[in-house]
Write a new protein. Structure first.
Length: 257
């Protein structure tokens, strides 16, 4: 099993509020969800991820289940560590590690490195790039989380799509864009307390509402008319000509044999 225990000198990330028909992309906001599935997987490069499928708790919701991936270790070439080292030589948890850890604490009271060992191998329906459909596949499932509720703070990002460059064989950003959701924070479904509030010992759950007030809408002006619309963060990095594309992203394999 990979090492998921952070060293004492790793600087933890802290919470900050910062400044129609069925929908596959959710609007930025705070939602009550059910964890439909949570698996631990490994990329071909040796990076470990926690992959989650979340369903809106509102039975009347027309939102499709939300899927997100939290990269909790770097690849083998970078040491397969749950942290990175900044230019000053200080260690910080990988962003994905921080989010996955928050999820585990909000739902179980236990950190990520204690929740993962309680998981087990199960055969579930998972998408196969070869078969182009879901097929029965053995995965390492975080059983302590399955079917349980949690509160999430969610953003929507505009990102570049990626395609395989036929000349180099490397996946590159293209000029085509896509909106994707990203889970930032988790809170206990019963108390409403975020993980930061739980750690601080407060009993007044204000973080999620304060975060939502600053991060879920933005002003948009079209033809001189300004309206309030759901916030979409522009995280595109490439606006040129798309590379010649071929193939799809590499499927991940289980970290546990």
């Amino acid at each position: 099993m990979v090492n998921l225990k952070l060293d004492a000198d790793v600087i933890a990330d802290v919470e900050t509020t910062g400044g129609g028909g069925n929908k596959r992309v959710w609007d930025a906001g705070v939602y009550d969800v059910i964890v439909e599935m949570a698996t631990v997987e490994e990329s071909k490069g040796g990076a470990t991820s926690v992959n989650v499928t979340l369903k809106n708790s509102d039975k009347e919701s027309k939102l499709f289940p939300l899927r997100d991936t939290f990269w909790i270790t770097s690849g083998t070439a970078k040491g397969a560590n749950p942290y990175y080292v900044d230019k000053a030589g200080k260690k910080h948890p990988l962003p994905g590690y921080t989010v996955a850890n928050r999820m585990c604490i909000a739902m179980t009271g236990n950190p990520l490195n204690e929740v993962i060992p309680t998981g087990e191998k199960k055969t579930i329906n998972a998408y196969s790039w070869e078969a182009k459909k879901e097929v029965p596949t053995e995965k390492f499932v975080l059983t302590d989380l399955i079917g349980k509720p949690v509160k999430i703070a969610l953003v929507t990002n505009l990102e570049n799509k990626r395609a395989k460059n036929v000349a180099s064989g490397v996946y590159e950003a293209t000029a085509e864009t896509i909106e994707k959701n990203e889970v930032r924070y988790f809170a206990n479904i019963v108390t409403g307390l975020s993980v930061g509030e739980m750690a601080a010992g407060t009993t007044d759950p204000t973080f999620m509402a304060e975060w939502a007030s600053k991060n879920t809408t933005m002003q948009q002006t079209v033809d001189g008319v300004t309206t309030t619309v759901p916030r979409v963060n522009d995280k595109t990095t490439f606006k040129g000509t798309a590379p010649a594309a071929s193939g799809t992203e590499t499927a991940k394999t289980s970290i546990f044999s």
